[in-house]
Design a protein around this ligand. Structure first.
Ligand SMILES: NC(=O)c1ccc[n+]([C@@H]2O[C@H](COP(=O)([O-])OP(=O)(O)OC[C@H]3O[C@@H](n4cnc5c(N)ncnc54)[C@H](O)[C@@H]3O)[C@@H](O)[C@H]2O)c1
Length: 395
């Protein structure tokens, strides 16, 4: 009984062995986090060159930490010594926990997990780092789907504290709670999320991009002004700078996938402005051009210094974000504590959205949403019932 939860509880107190499949951006970071927590790590990739790149990258990070005095040279050597790399799945045999971070395709993940299950012991726990697929659908490929859980790390995994812990429909009761505790023991800030499109962060954050794009599309404000307005309320980057940083291809794909997976709810509708930028291959920093021009000598357009316009931008984006946070609670995707953790620890929001809503006054957020709803007559701007109820209790 509860064999899989017991495996995770044991990992909290013994070094144990953690497997990581995929040594790209995420897998390499997750391997570093697990090794830093004292585990032996088996890092697997089909591609030998990816494993070599990952070893070089880890060495560079370790050297920098030693240089900065955050670690001794011996500790850095010991951590690197705990990571063993292989191209063979069979090497995963001794693992207590295997975290998969390979290509984002359901069929590939299912077949890799079926292979892993034939290699590991009967009590081993299997986790996926998927951002957008259903953990339940991935688990279906297993003989014992109750051993599967989602552990969604954020990029870069060693620096971003949030890990969304996502039980599949089939997950053994208690395994999610055991994983939550293990992630806390790894120094992470876990948040428990239901297996729904985008989990917490990639769902609740959609209006940060969507409303910004919509205002620009309508000509209410230009990109630089939207960015400036949002930075001035504490966001580290404005929506357009952030989309350029993430990549317009990646951000657009997430929006499109959440939109389709949410049965085309207009709240998540993607923007043609972003689609055209992706089509032009103006993907952002990585291609030298996105919403802004990053080429040598390019000059950033100046934002419009109009306090009323800034307020309008902030009110509109914040109202939609706060509404989305309440909706995640309303739909039992997460608790209030977990939505606050997710947005502050996964995407560096300056405040939790529920706390922010209360600070502004929930009635203000409702008034902003109702004004948008009246103006546009679109379902996109409907106010979440839980937000109305919370405001009524506040009054
Ligand atoms: N990049 C992000 O910001 C981010 C954040 C959270 C979650 N994720 C998710 O993490 C996963 C990995 O993303 P990434 O950005 O690290 O990708 P990546 O392309 O950087 O790395 C993927 C690695 O997996 C390897 N691989 C592919 N198929 C394999 C197989 N069958 N067996 C073994 N290795 C295989 C590839 O060789 C590659 O090295 C995806 O599911 C992605 O959705 C990504």
């Amino acid at each position: 009984m509860n064999a899989f939860s017991t495996t995770i509880e044991r990992l909290r107190v013994t070094p144990g062995t953690v497997g990581v499949i995929g040594s790209g951006a995420m897998g390499s970071g997750i391997a570093q986090v697990a090794a830093a927590a004292g585990h032996h790590v088996l890092l697997i990739d089909l591609d030998e060159a990816a494993l070599d790149r990952s070893a070089t990258a880890l060495k560079k990070v370790m050297d920098r930490l030693v240089e900065k005095g955050r670690m001794t040279a011996d500790e850095a050597d010991a951590l690197q010594g705990r990571v063993v790399r292989s191209t063979s799945m069979a090497a995963l045999a001794p693992c207590d926990l295997v975290i998969e971070a390979i290509v984002e395709r359901l069929d590939v993940k299912q077949s890799v997990f079926a292979e892993v299950e034939s290699v590991v012991g009967p009590d081993a726990v299997l986790a996926t780092n998927t951002s957008s697929l259903s953990v339940t659908a991935i688990a279906r490929a297993l003989e014992a789907p109750e051993r599967m859980v989602g552990l969604h790390f954020f990029n870069p995994a060693p620096l971003m504290p949030l890990v969304e812990v996502i039980p599949a429909l089939q997950t053994e009761p208690g395994l999610d709670a055991a994983c939550f505790e293990l992630m806390a023991r790894w120094g992470k800030s876990p948040a428990l999320a239901k297996d729904t499109p985008g989990f917490i962060v990639n769902r609740v954050a959609r209006p940060f991009y969507g409303e910004a794009l919509r205002m620009v599309e309508e000509g209410i404000a230009d990109m630089a002004t939207v960015d400036e307005a949002m930075r001035s309320v504490g966001f580290r980057m404005g929506p357009f700078e952030l989309m350029d940083f993430i990549g317009n291809d990646v951000n657009y794909a997430v929006t499109e996938s959440v939109f389709a997976a949410m049965y085309f709810d207009p709240r998540y509708r993607p923007s043609l402005v972003q689609k055209r930028h992706a089509e032009a291959h103006w993907l952002g920093r990585k291609t030298g051009r996105g919403y802004y021009d990053y080429r040598e000598g390019a000059v950033r357009p100046a934002p419009v210094a109009d306090p009323k316009l800034h307020q309008l931008i902030q009110d509109r984006i914040l109202a939609m974000l706060i509404n989305e946070a309440f909706d995640a609670m309303h739909m039992n995707i997460c608790s209030e504590a977990d939505v606050e953790t997710a947005m502050t620890r996964g995407v560096n929001y300056p405040k939790g959205l529920v706390a922010w809503g209360r600070e502004r006054g929930l009635a203000q957020t409702i008034a902003d949403l109702d004004a948008l709803s009246n103006r546009y007559g679109e379902d996109r701007y409907r106010c979440c019932p839980l937000l109305r109820e919370a405001a009524a209790q506040e009054a």
